[in-house]
Design a protein around this ligand. Structure first.
Ligand code: NAD
Length: 495
């Protein structure tokens, strides 16, 4: 069994505490990852402190060249990265490649950093006075990322933070540490000076050391809502800039005029892709009218029963295992709870043969019909392969239902009616909206973020908001008085 160590200034640093990393498809421990403490975090900060001033002073176009080489290397080694993701997370290889491609988009966007940092300029803002504002890096910034996108979510953060002139410390999920270390090696090969990208593995101890370290100026967090809230609060108390993205419960509204074949097959992918372990997974289908619901549930059930499930590292599958045994059991517990609460369990993923036959953490796809808003399976984020159908009578009822939910990450509407689609996009209290697009994850040149309990902070992740998040503005006013002019003291406010 190999060890996964911290990465500090290009050195692999071992730790005293370690935990096993599992392959969810076999249930076997395959690696051991180091868990960092305050001393590990301090060592990463010292490396960052030393490297950042020289990096900050490089022209942005030179910093972008490193990102350009990094992008080429990510593409060269994409298969290897996806293998690590599939092995430790359990998702299927094609899905891992999808997340990596979306991650690489962010590196491409960071290659344009010279343009993005250009700032604003006013000639003759006052008599003989020119004013400009520019963006300057914060110094040392940190990211804390979840298990479910081992490649993509870290790539939302550090390429832009580093391209803006910062040093970055990443605390990836301890359940999926290896893809991050592979990408650290590629940044090194791309020529990034050492100390600008450091990885401290670990759990709460490492995270709290990062939040409490005065030299860490900003924190980007992606994970569950309770942890997002706690980090946002403690980071703010420590005077840091914080963006903390949390959990989700994403609804798809299906109107009676929708193309139901298309809605059903795209919903199946959006609900069960990555075994539902996506913050943008659709976990509720809101059907307007009983005829719509009857027709849709029939189609969904047929597709859910025939999903190809198996080890993520095998090709041609739809869905892999869940990330760990405790999470699989928690999801199975929700299926039990939903049935006991009176929802109609149309397809029961617990009966899939792999649940019995395999030592991996498998569950088949589950489909509930006639779910109601007070049920736990509706209120809570399950984060597994469970799709709930809620029946409503009107479109307005569907909008009100979604707006009353605690989460507001993503949503979508299936319809052929432009007026209804426009009303939905305007009225819905959710940060990312799809119109016949079930997973409306914005491309890298737009920013990503939910509303309500799905995001704490002002700025969203990646895209233009990332440039704002990882820099601070400075406004400079300059005047070059004529040498002969006699300046007199001015006591009134300059106007
Ligand atoms: P998690 O909150 O358990 O862990 C996220 C990170 O925080 C990990 O690095 C973990 O080590 C660390 N952590 C865990 N507990 C902590 C604590 N008490 N104090 C400090 N740090 C702690 O989340 P997860 O299970 O890894 O990921 C799944 C969750 O992430 C889901 O809720 C999902 O919706 C959410 N998520 C949200 C988005 C988004 O963009 N909104 C994207 C991906 C995942």
């Amino acid at each position: 069994m190999t060890d996964v160590n911290h990465w500090i200034a290009g050195d692999r640093v071992a730790g005293e505490r370690r935990i096993d990393v599992f392959n969810p498809a076999s249930g076997e421990a395959i690696r051991r990852v180091a868990l960092g403490d305050a001393a590990t975090v301090e060592r990463a900060i010292a490396a960052a402190r030393e490297a950042q001033p020289t990096w900050r002073d490089l022209p942005p176009a030179k910093r972008a060249q490193v990102m350009f080489r990094f992008k080429m290397l990510l593409e060269r080694d994409a298969d290897e990265i996806c293998q690590l993701v599939a092995e430790e997370h359990g998702k299927v290889l094609e899905d891992a490649m999808g997340e990596l491609k979306r991650g690489i988009e962010n590196v491409e966007y960071a290659c344009g950093v010279a343009e993005l940092l250009k700032g604003e300029y006013s000639h003759n803002a006052g008599p003989g006075i020119d004013t400009w504002s520019n963006h300057q890096p914060l110094g040392i910034v940190a990211g804390i990322t979840p298990f479910n996108f081992p490649a993509m979510v870290p790539l939302w953060m550090y390429p832009m933070a580093i391209a803006c002139g910062n040093a970055f410390i990443l605390k990836p999920s301890e359940q999926v540490p290896s893809a991050t270390i592979k990408m650290a090696e590629l940044l090194d090969e791309a020529g990034l000076p050492r100390g600008l990208f450091n990885v401290v593995h670990g759990d709460r101890e490492a995270v709290e050391a990062l939040i409490d370290a005065p030299d860490v100026r900003a924190l980007s967090f992606v994970g569950s809502t309770p942890v997002a809230k706690a980090i946002y609060r403690r980071g703010a108390e420590n005077g840091k800039r914080v963006q903390a993205l949390g959990g989700a419960k994403n609804h798809a509204v299906v109107l009676p005029d929708a193309d139901l074949d298309n809605a059903a097959s795209t919903l199946i992918g959006a609900a069960f892709g990555s075994a539902g372990e996506r913050c943008m997974a659709i976990s509720v289908a809101v059907c307007v009218g009983h005829d719509t619901a009857d027709a849709l549930v029939g189609k969904l059930a047929d597709e859910a029963r025939t999903l190809k499930i198996g080890p993520g590292t095998e090709r041609g599958l739809d869905m892999g295992a869940l990330v760990n045994a405790a999470h699989r059991d928690k999801v199975a517990g929700y299926i039990e709870q939903g049935a006991a609460a009176g929802a109609e369990l149309v397809v029961d993923g617990r009966t899939h043969p792999l649940v019995e036959e395999s030592k991996g953490y498998f569950l088949g796809a589950s489909l509930f019909d006639r779910v109601t808003p007070e049920m736990g399976i509706y209120r809570d984020e399950i984060f597994g392969p469970v799709l709930c159908v809620v029946r409503v009578d009107t479109f307005e009822e569907a909008i009100a239902l979604i707006n009353a939910h605690q989460y507001g990450n993503g949503t979508c509407v299936f319809t052929r009616d432009g007026e209804a689609a426009r009303r939905f996009a305007d009225a819905i209290e959710v940060g990312m909206v799809g119109i016949n697009v079930p997973l409306p994850v914005p491309v890298a040149f737009h920013s990503f973020g939910g509303w309500k309990e799905s995001l704490f902070g002002d700025l969203h992740a990646y895209g233009p908001d990332a440039v704002r998040f990882y820099t601070r503005r400075k406004a400079v006013s300059q005047r070059w008085p004529e040498r002969s002019a006699q300046e007199r003291a001015q006591f009134s406010f300059p106007s």
